[in-house]
Design a protein around this ligand. Structure first.
Ligand code: NAD
Length: 251
């Protein structure tokens, strides 16, 4: 039933070529949702889109640097031109920065903010235009345990960007609730993706040790909650931040 209801829906997943974004694309396409995989890496994005199409559900890839506002406008405009609608936006594209407070440079701070905060804010602003016209929409931010707890391995630029998207989530949720649009965030703990290559084996082991369930998260476990938040069943959830961290932090 869910598959039939969401069959005509169209979702943009930023950073959807790999990791958590790729798992979200898989969870959406399993429900018949058409995905636009918007990623800075066009080869990986097209490979992912091809895999989805091979499974019998439409998917399209588009090269986007989410820190570039003009590319965000094109991402949304081209999606609506191609499919005639945009129902779901997952603001997943993000970069990790571990430089500590006494080492982080101004340029690193600005770059992390441009990708993790500014880009993901303006992507929502663009996506809200067709969603408001349709009277239905779902926006989901991928925050982080770091933005909730102050960060363990992550540096202050990353922590600040991920805390800030929680503020944006709640701000936008207030603005568009009467338009049939929900805005929520998930805050994953340490999850098995390429982003962890920035950490040493010792740092990963220390994080694993602090997780109550005794292991890292899997991208599919984050994607399952995102798919629920994107569904009709989650219509009464907005402005929420859902922790998915194996018990490492209880807010
Ligand atoms: P990842 O590095 O495996 O994947 C990130 C994807 O985003 C890649 O496909 C990359 O090409 C793309 N990307 C990077 N910069 C981009 C840009 N400027 N524009 C468009 N696309 C861009 O990382 P991941 O672990 O899957 O992370 C996904 C999201 O989850 C990020 O926002 C990250 O901060 C967040 N997160 C991850 C973890 C974790 O432990 N893996 C924990 C908490 C939050």
């Amino acid at each position: 039933m869910e598959k039939m209801k969401s069959g005509n829906r169209v979702a943009i997943v930023t950073g959807g070529a790999r990791g958590i974004g790729r798992a979200i694309v898989a969870a959406f396409s399993a429900k018949g949702i058409v995905t636009v995989i918007a990623d800075i890496d066009p080869e990986a994005a097209e490979k992912a889109a091809g895999e989805v199409r091979d499974s019998g559900v439409d998917a399209w890839s588009i090269k986007v640097d989410i820190s570039r506002t003009e590319q965000i406008v094109q991402m949304v405009t081209q999606t609506v031109a191609r499919y005639g609608r945009l129902d779901i936006l997952v603001n997943n594209a993000g970069i990790l920065s571990s430089a500590p407070y006494d080492k982080v440079s101004e340029s690193e701070w600005d770059h992390v903010m441009d990708v993790n905060l500014k880009g993901n804010f303006f992507a929502s602003c663009e996506a809200l235009k067709p969603m408001i016209a349709q009277g239905w929409g779902r926006i989901i931010y991928i925050s982080s345990l770091s933005g909730r707890s102050g960060g363990i391995g992550a540096g202050p630029a990353y922590v600040a960007s991920k805390a800030a998207v929680i503020g944006i989530t709640r701000h936008l949720a207030r603005k568009v609730a009467r338009n049939g649009i929900t805005v929520n965030a998930v805050a994953p703990g340490t999850t098995e993706t390429d982003i962890l290559k920035m950490y040493s084996d010792e740092e990963i082991a220390a994080q694993k040790n602090a997780i109550l369930v005794g292991r890292l998260g899997k991208p599919e476990e984050i994607a399952a909650t995102v798919a629920f938040l994107a569904s009709d069943s989650a219509a009464f959830i907005t402005g929420a931040v859902i922790d998915i961290n194996g018990g490492m932090y209880m807010g």
